[in-house]
Design a binder for this molecule. Sequence first.
Ligand SMILES: NC(=O)c1ccc[n+]([C@@H]2O[C@H](COP(=O)([O-])OP(=O)(O)OC[C@H]3O[C@@H](n4cnc5c(N)ncnc54)[C@H](OP(=O)(O)O)[C@@H]3O)[C@@H](O)[C@H]2O)c1
Length: 295
Amino acid sequence: MPQLLLLGTTGQVGWELQRCLSTLGELTVANRQPSAGQQYADLADIDSLYRLIRQVKPEVIVNAAAYTAVDKAEEESDLAHVINGTAPGVLAEEAQRLNALLIHYSTDYVFSGEKQTPYVETDPVNPLGAYGESKLAGERAIMDTEATALIFRTAWVYGMRGKNFLLTMQRLARERDELRVVADQWGAPTWSRSIAEATAQVLSQLLAPSMKNTLKNYRGVYHLTCAGETNWHGFAQSIVQHGERQVTVHPITTADYPTPVRRPAYSVLSNEKLTATFGLKLPAWDTALRLCLEK
Ligand SMILES: NC(=O)c1ccc[n+]([C@@H]2O[C@H](COP(=O)([O-])OP(=O)(O)OC[C@H]3O[C@@H](n4cnc5c(N)ncnc54)[C@H](OP(=O)(O)O)[C@@H]3O)[C@@H](O)[C@H]2O)c1
């Protein structure tokens, strides 16, 4: 059984990963506020990462921890940069030293959103804010090492825990009869469980003994989102349709709902590389939403 180290299980993706990865090996879990049986790791405290990794000696490191407050990152750009930019590079250096595999997550917000067809991995990046910049710095820090690292860029993540658009819309739909939601930003809502399941499937392929000598070939960035596309208004409508109350969702523009950081107008990610490499296709966003709400 390989030793697996998972960081950030209090988050949406990390929470789902904990369940999905436990069948693949001996799983050690680390958080900055560890519960019983967990290890301590704070991505803002780089020494804690060295200590943990040198103690656990994992064969696989999965990093689901990140600074994810997109607007607040403008005021805390140094902290966001350490957590999202510096720490992933340290994880990669340590993975390289141990000959371990690193799985890391990045974001559609590395793109500026001017395209009108799905972004591929090789498209030029140009983040619009400090969060996107910090995530891009993390990608680069990882790729500057020679670690066998896979970076999964995902998008519009939701699930039944944490802070996310689904839970916000459900709350607002209980409180109000009418909602106004932005209809000119396009993307692919992605269920945290779909991300975790796809990650586990990739890992189970890569951990097969026959892969040992070719693992390095899989190093790189992959787009990993649910299929299809919608805008926040379409996503909100689907959410309220599954609810019990009649709520009208009005489309508005980004200009009607200003935020400290501009979001990409279009950040749909093509998953073709993931499919071609691992034979994997994530469910359509609305199918995944239905499954999430049924559970
Ligand atoms: N959410 C999205 O819409 C979205 C979109 C695109 C990409 N992504 C990427 O997907 C990945 C997973 O995101 P998510 O939505 O699951 O994030 P999330 O729900 O916000 O969870 C973030 C996790 O990181 C942990 N964390 C934050 N700062 C930390 C620190 N200094 N040291 C250790 N742990 C720390 C949090 O722990 P605490 O509970 O202690 O705060 C939590 O476990 C991230 O890489 C994110 O950038 C997310």
